[in-house]
Design a protein around this ligand. Structure first.
Ligand SMILES: [Zn+2]
Length: 51
């Protein structure tokens, strides 16, 4: 799993859950790592991912 903003490889919790969040749904679903989540607002993330 890679972050769709910074393209960094996602880190995983011990439960194998990627550290970050998903934006969108279905095939258009994007992954955003915690770092990008912190440095971007929800609005900025949506804008960057839909470009
Ligand atoms: Zn990222």
């Amino acid at each position: 799993m890679k972050c769709d903003i910074c393209k960094a490889k996602a880190e995983y919790t011990f439960l194998k859950k990627p550290l970050g969040t998903y934006i969108g749904s279905g095939k258009a679903r994007k992954f955003v790592c915690t770092k990008c989540q912190k440095t971007n607002s929800q609005e900025e993330l949506t804008t960057k991912l839909t470009k």
